[in-house]
Ligand binder design. Structure first.
Ligand SMILES: Cc1cc2nc3c(=O)[nH]c(=O)nc-3n(C[C@H](O)[C@H](O)[C@H](O)COP(=O)(O)OP(=O)(O)OC[C@H]3O[C@@H](n4cnc5c(N)ncnc54)[C@H](O)[C@@H]3O)c2cc1C
Length: 1005
């Protein structure tokens, strides 16, 4: 009996032979495209620039813009394309319209290589041609990720229209094989769920499924009436579980339970794909009706690895290409073994994968008419032909649509075709021998690679690398997983049981109660009391200063390593209590799940990052190598630090400031905001459990005007770390400048205040991203982040284009009680904020034009409808004053110069953003935008510790950077100790770069 491998080799050789009989260049179109691809494969930088240029081109309207971009993208390259560009640009300057048109035509032709037609009418000609070649089709409408429900409805209508039109055109078409035709309807439509619902949140699959079911039902019903087939495509990992669940839910409904003509894609590059496939098969058996699976490797590998690299989480995909190939083969076998219930389609251009499927089908006696090979339009033509010649069923995946919405698809195809790892490139461009290409992928798998390069795994303290680069952030909780959703639900239930608990002060290691308790209410349900905080008065404040002062005298001499370890223990405890702490935030400050989790993650990061930074700063460092003398520069703590935190990041900011104070050897008194006392009390519990010595951290909840003011003015407080409003910040700044009798130190103030953050949108910006990120930045957590977007600055030229998508996107937001998953807009923090924001909305109505206001918000709770004003001018109050709520002002400007002037023309300089695809404009804005944190082509919120040290200047703050390498220095005083080390002219040759800590008595080792 022949071994499977030799069978595969024989079949593969046969396919190769047939492929070589009809030679076709790697890329079927010659000329421009051919040349670009060839260059891309030899020059990574050029490839990046090229793909970026291709992506922006369809959105450029004027010839001069196209030429400008061409020059910006390619003029400084050292590649083969450079002389072409220079020549092109010179010609273009003479006849811009012509050169731009030629370029646009070339790129459109490139895209047309992969896009089967603009509309149903267009595509039918292609389908007829394929029919003559005995190749079937599945059609897909280009465009993914809609930003509003209006767009989602449009897509649903386009799918329905496509189905009807193609049904008319193909009603007389018959199955190309004429056998097992009942399994393979001629008319086959592929749908992407991201095009059908704009508010998809992985944390809320039930919501997504409810919305999507109602969109899909009519489509499935119509498909069934027309005898068509519907396939659910698989997209990014974040949507995978929802797609699977949706597939099972809809097809289990009575109406579709006995309908066999639906299928779903399974991506073999996913580690959990085997589990998903087996689960589907089990579901199929229970349902009792056939269904289909299109097995693919997966088209989002780069995206998934980049995303998880950014989050520091394990990628969901295999990291070695042969692992995906081998898994594809495993799953092929699973599919054939279960042929009785599942019809298999293999979406691959890889001859080894294809030959393997053929061989296993024969081994398991599955007739070749009962499965099919699917290949993409515009790719691997000779392979399709070869498979048809061998008598297999072949279907082509044909995307339909315009170039602009098709860009994401096109770029994926370009990436795939130029990928070093890809089969097509190896075969058709790399001339790798057939034998090599047909090797068993299992043999090619190397010993496991723990993580991908670039995933932030370096956690060893290095003294030379940038601080952020030696630090690994805690990953965010992924609410994609049912397990995480369940844990959060259960934490919410548990915390709900404890609502109303009372929390003491914590002074000098003792729990202290007073006669006054302050209730903290749930802003989504103001009758619900989350808990009570004990209210401190001046007496308790005095007691706290004394306790801190006494503790400081010991703590300051505690080795920094011990202090760092305390923070790390606190981080571990927060990691353990992560869901519970998030749940407390949901109740107390109205944070949506993922925002609450991000806050706890930030607190954990602060602890670990500052611990690591203290190890960097803690050891005295030699200033210069000179013979006979040693000068060591090192730091002492300042004394007693008073930390005043806001409610909007109720654990992270409090923890960040307090942990910085503690690890640097100061004793800390922390005062949480009056609106987030319970979160503050939770943080105190964490440090208590971590073993903070008595007096080193004191917890003082109370009124800012009483205990806050008292301590800011106190002679024994050496440092005030404040984050909050400009009004209070400036008072603290002023008051701290006064030296009181008996005061030892000049008081240091770390002051982080508000923002009036602007985002500029360039004429060539990617509008999908612009809208998505602007909406998130302005309305995420109800606009209550100091980094939130409050001024959107649009250039005249694209004003209309942005607004026509922005308003429907705002209108689609999910507003509600954030206890429910997937809510984007919850309540504002309290009644005072509610009234103040409404007042600003009234001011806005008078000053500008109310362009949008959400119609419905929950009746109870402090819910403000997301609101957008247009015709806003820079001098207006709504363009100058911080509102701290879901209110966005849109300003129209002539050009980028004016945009910069407007953006920079406020008192604040906290965050700012720019959306553009012009390399020159990006450089210019990077250099000129006045903000502590400038974000290009992304949201202007969501700073990550170590990666985006956060803080502003002007009236936004004193220029400190929380989560940055120099933050701890504000809590320290520098000191230099110099010793003459020569004795009678004899001196040591070299002094060590780092000395021991200057501690006395020396701690015992
Ligand atoms: C008809 C059809 C329908 C499709 N539908 C979908 C769909 O619904 N969803 C979807 O995601 N994709 C879909 N695809 C795209 C498909 O996933 C890619 O075309 C495919 O991954 C290319 O695989 P291949 O076997 O042709 O090529 P090969 O060159 O053998 O494989 C390339 C693939 O290997 C994987 N890979 C690359 N590098 C690595 C690495 N370092 N470690 C691990 N794996 C790696 C990636 O998945 C990459 O795409 C479809 C493809 C076809 C032909």
């Amino acid at each position: 009996m022949r071994s499977l491998q030799s069978d595969i080799e024989q079949r593969g050789a046969c396919i190769f032979e047939l492929v070589d009989k009809h030679p076709e260049r790697f890329f079927s179109k010659a000329g421009f495209y051919q040349r670009l691809m060839a260059l891309s494969m030899h020059d990574e930088r050029f490839k990046t620039q090229l793909f970026r240029f291709v992506a922006v081109l369809p959105s450029l309207r004027r010839s001069s813009e196209i030429i400008q971009h061409l020059e910006e993208y390619f003029s400084d390259g050292n590649d083969g394309f450079h002389p072409l560009v220079s020549l092109g640009v010179r010609v273009a300057r003479l006849v811009p319209w012509m050169s731009a048109a030629v370029l646009r035509w070339n790129v459109s032709e490139t895209a047309r290589q992969f896009i089967a037609g603009r509309n149903p009418h267009d595509v039918i000609a292609t389908l007829r041609k394929r029919r003559a070649q005995k190749i079937g089709f599945t059609v897909d409408v280009l465009g993914e990720a809609v930003v509003s429900e209006a767009e989602a409805d449009e897509y649903a209508a386009r799918y329905a229209d496509l189905l009807d039109k193609l049904a008319r055109e193909t009603k007389d078409w018959t199955d190309p094989l004429g056998k097992s035709a009942e399994l393979f309807p001629v008319l086959n439509l592929s749908v992407k769920i991201s095009a059908l619902y704009s508010q998809m949140s992985p944390a809320a699959p039930a919501d997504a499924i409810a919305h999507l079911c109602s969109k899909l039902r009519p489509l499935l019903r119509r498909a069934r009436e027309l005898g068509a087939f519907i396939n659910f495509d698989m997209e990014s990992y974040a949507l995978k579980n929802t797609t699977l669940e949706l597939f099972k839910t809809t097809l289990t409904e009575a109406e579709f339970k006995d309908w066999p003509h639906a299928g779903i894609a399974i991506q073999a590059y996913l580690r959990d794909s085997e589990h998903d496939l087996r689960d589907l098969i089990e579901w199929g058996r229970a349902r009792g009706t056939r269904f289909a699976v299109r097995l693919v490797k997966g088209a989002y590998w780069d995206y998934e690895t980049t995303k998880s690299g950014q989050n520091g989480s394990n990628p969901p995909v295999f990291l070695q290409k042969p692992e995906s190939d081998a898994n594809f083969e495993e799953l092929t076998r699973v599919l054939f073994e279960n042929e009785a219930i599942v019809t298999a389609a293999f979406g691959s251009h890889n001859i080894r994968s294809i030959a393997h499927a053929q061989a296993v089908a024969d081994e398991l006696r599955v007739d070749r008419s009962r499965f099919e090979f699917q290949l993409l339009y515009g790719m691997a033509g000779p392979i399709k032909r070869a498979l048809v010649e061998m008598g297999y069923r072949v279907r082509e995946y044909c995307p339909i649509g315009e170039l602009l919405p098709g860009m994401a698809y096109l770029v994926r195809r370009l990436l795939e075709n130029t990928s070093n790892e890809g089969f097509l490139r190896a075969k058709f461009a790399g001339n790798v021998p057939a034998k090599e290409l047909l090797r068993d992928p299992k043999e090619l798998i190397k010993a496991p690679v723990a993580r991908i390069a670039g995933s932030n795994q370096k956690n060893g303290a290095s003294l030379r690398a940038a601080a952020g680069d030696i630090f690994r952030n805690a990953p965010l909780v992924s609410f994609i997983y049912k397990d995480s959703q369940d844990k959060m639900e259960s934490a919410l239930r548990e915390v709900r049981k404890r609502l109303g608990e009372k929390h003491p002060l914590y002074i000098g290691g003792e729990k202290i109660w007073t006669d006054h308790l302050t209730p903290s209410v749930n802003p989504a349900e103001p009758t619900e009391i989350v808990g009570y905080g004990t209210e401190a008065g001046v007496d308790e404040a005095e007691r706290a200063v004394k306790a801190a002062r006494a503790a400081f005298e010991k703590w300051r001499w505690t080795p920094f390593e011990e202090r760092a370890q305390l923070l790390e223990r606190a981080a571990d405890i927060m990691e353990r209590r992560r869901y519970e702490l998030s749940a407390v935030e949901v109740f107390e400050v109205g944070k949506p799940w993922s925002e609450a989790d991000a806050d706890i993650r930030e607190a954990i990061d602060f602890c670990r990052f500052y611990a690591q930074q203290m190890r960097r700063l803690g050891r005295p460092k030699l200033t210069q190598q000179v013979p006979g003398e040693e000068s060591y520069h090192h730091y002492w703590p300042r004394g007693v630090a008073f930390v005043i935190a806001p409610w909007n990041f109720p654990i992270a900011i409090l923890c960040g400031m307090a942990s910085a104070g503690i690890v640097t050897g100061n004793a800390v008194i922390m005062k949480p905001s009056e609106q987030s006392i319970i979160c503050g009390a939770m943080l105190m519990q964490v440090f208590e459990e971590a073993g903070v010595p008595p007096g080193v951290l004191n917890f003082l909840s109370g009124h800012g005007s009483v205990v806050g003011a008292h301590l800011v003015d106190h002679k024994d407080v050496d440092l005030v770390a404040f984050t909050g409003s400009r009004e209070v910040g400036l008072k603290i700044w002023e008051s701290a400048g006064i030296t009181r009798p008996g005061q030892r130190e000049l008081k240091r103030v770390i002051c982080e205040m508000g923002g009036k953050n602007a985002m500029i949108v360039d004429t060539d910006a990617d509008l999908d991203e612009t809208i998505m990120y602007s909406i998130y930045s302005a309305f995420g957590f109800q606009g209550q982040k100091c980094s939130a977007l409050s001024r959107l600055i649009l250039l005249e030229e694209n004003y209309g284009r942005v607004m026509e998508r922005l308003i429907p996107a705002a209108a689609s937001l999910r507003i509600g009680n954030p206890e429910q998953p997937g809510i984007m807009v919850g309540p504002v923090i309290d009644e005072a904020a509610y009234r103040r924001i409404l007042e600003y909305i009234e001011i806005g109505r008078k000053e500008a034009t109310l362009a949008f206001q959400a119609k419905e918000v929950p009746p109870r709770g402090y819910f403000i409808p997301p609101t957008i004003f247009t015709d806003v001018k820079p001098h207006m109050r709504i363009a100058r004053e911080e509102i701290f709520g879901p209110v966005l002002s849109v300003l129209k400007v002539r050009d980028l110069d004016e945009a910069l002037e407007v953006a920079n023309g406020t008192d604040y300089a906290l965050t700012a953003g720019f959306f553009s695809r012009s390399p020159d404009n990006i450089e210019r804005v990077k250099a000129r935008l006045e903000a502590g944190n400038v974000y290009i082509n992304r949201s202007c919120t969501g700073a990550i510790v170590g990666r985006h040290p956060f803080g502003g200047f002007k009236m936004s703050g004193s220029g400190t950077k929380a989560g940055g390498e120099d933050y701890l220095l504000h809590f320290l005083v520098p000191r230099v100790v110099t010793e003459n080390t020569s004795r009678h002219g004899f001196a040591p040759e070299q002094s060590p770069e780092y000395g021991d800590e200057f501690l006395w008595p020396k701690p015992r080792r």
